[in-house]
Design a protein around this ligand. Structure first.
Ligand SMILES: Cc1cc2nc3c(=O)[nH]c(=O)nc-3n(C[C@H](O)[C@H](O)[C@H](O)COP(=O)(O)OP(=O)(O)OC[C@H]3O[C@@H](n4cnc5c(N)ncnc54)[C@H](O)[C@@H]3O)c2cc1C
Length: 305
């Protein structure tokens, strides 16, 4: 049943008509629990509050299925606006973004042009930029873009997903780039030909790649709400005397906020991923796919209307 619901919400997350409708009608159905607002001003208020609680942030202007050049350029402009807000308001925040929103499905030149604009601006303000990882069909292209940009900029990192068979090799292949990587379980629906179908195997591979990347001496963001993985990381760094400034924990805005504050109080860098913008639909559907309890929350919200 849980798997069916997961597949259903992941299927919905890709629906372009619903994506357009959601943009038109604004944040609904309890999405504001996971999305910090539709404007940069609303997101800045949320970030200030999180920073006040000792939490670092990575901000993301939401956008998916960008299929024309003008839209991709506008998406890049929004990221630049977010970087300038971080600088102006002196926020403790990085930036995250998706390659499809920069024009990955249109042309490589367009993506590189937009990314260089963003990274130049980010460099001015000392802002670090993480390239989110999307579905498997875009993985190699995203890594190729990352490698090229990493040769030109030191303020860029990316994400690897524990559910993919290829990830262990990617950790090895990227090692010499000294990359700052966010490691996650993986949020898309993938075929068993490319990804572990069983949760248990994903969790084991997650632990394996955390260990590999940390012991390679590279900066590691462990992005998870899973206490077993958090405890594993804590033990691992203790055993190997890995200092607190070589890793951090990351969680999504609206998920386990008390746990986020607790980890910050324990002295760990705890970064919250704060998405905002009108294109909230796909992101929201993936959050519902992850946890049936979130669906009950949404249904309650709908009934209240
Ligand atoms: C900062 C960040 C960035 C991400 N970036 C990407 C990306 O670029 N690409 C990508 O594919 N995916 C990304 N993800 C999503 C990720 O791949 C997972 O889909 C998502 O994090 C859920 O997996 P999990 O590790 O939290 O564990 P899960 O297996 O979903 O959850 C494990 C356990 O965590 C606890 N838990 C989870 N949610 C709650 C809750 N609401 N309340 C209480 N306990 C809870 C429960 O004990 C649960 O059993 C990102 C996630 C984070 C946190």
């Amino acid at each position: 049943m849980e798997q069916m619901m997961r597949d259903f919400f992941l299927f919905l997350s890709k629906n372009k008509t619903l994506t357009k409708l959601a943009k038109k009608y604004g944040l609904r159905f309890g999405a504001s629990r996971f999305v910090a607002g539709e404007t940069i001003e609303q997101a800045v208020d949320v970030i200030k509050e999180l920073n006040r609680k000792g939490l670092a942030v990575t901000i993301d202007y939401l956008g998916e299925f960008v299929d024309n050049e003008q839209e991709a350029n506008e998406m890049a402009n929004h990221s630049i606006e977010a970087i300038q807000a971080i600088g102006r308001e002196k926020l403790n925040s990085q930036l995250s973004l998706k390659m499809t929103s920069m024009g990955l499905d249109i042309s490589d030149d367009l993506v590189m042009k937009n990314m260089r604009r963003i990274l130049d601006e980010a460099k001015k303000y000392g802002v670090f930029v993480t390239i989110d990882m999307e579905d498997y069909s875009r993985c190699q292209k995203t890594l190729d873009i990352f490698k090229q940009l990493k040769k030109e900029y030191d303020n860029v990192g990316t994400v690897l997903q524990a559910y993919l068979y290829r990830t262990e090799k990617d950790i090895e292949d990227l090692k010499d780039y000294r990359p700052n990587l966010r490691l996650v379980k993986g949020a898309y629906k993938e075929s068993p030909e490319v990804a572990f179908p069983n949760k248990k195997d994903v969790d084991e591979n997650f632990k394996k790649i955390i260990k590999m990347h940390l012991l390679n001496g590279n900066y590691t963001a462990v992005a998870t709400h899973d206490d077993a993985i958090i405890e594993y990381t804590k033990q691992l760094v203790k055993e190997h005397n890995i200092p607190n400034d070589q890793f951090e924990f990351q969680m999504l805005y609206g998920i386990r906020p008390e746990r986020q504050e607790q980890l910050a109080k324990e002295g760990y860098t705890m970064r919250v991923y704060v998405p905002y913008g009108t294109d909230w639909y796909g992101y929201f559907m993936r959050r519902l796919a992850e946890r049936p309890a979130n669906v009950a929350f949404v249904l309650k919200g709908m009934l209240k209307k």
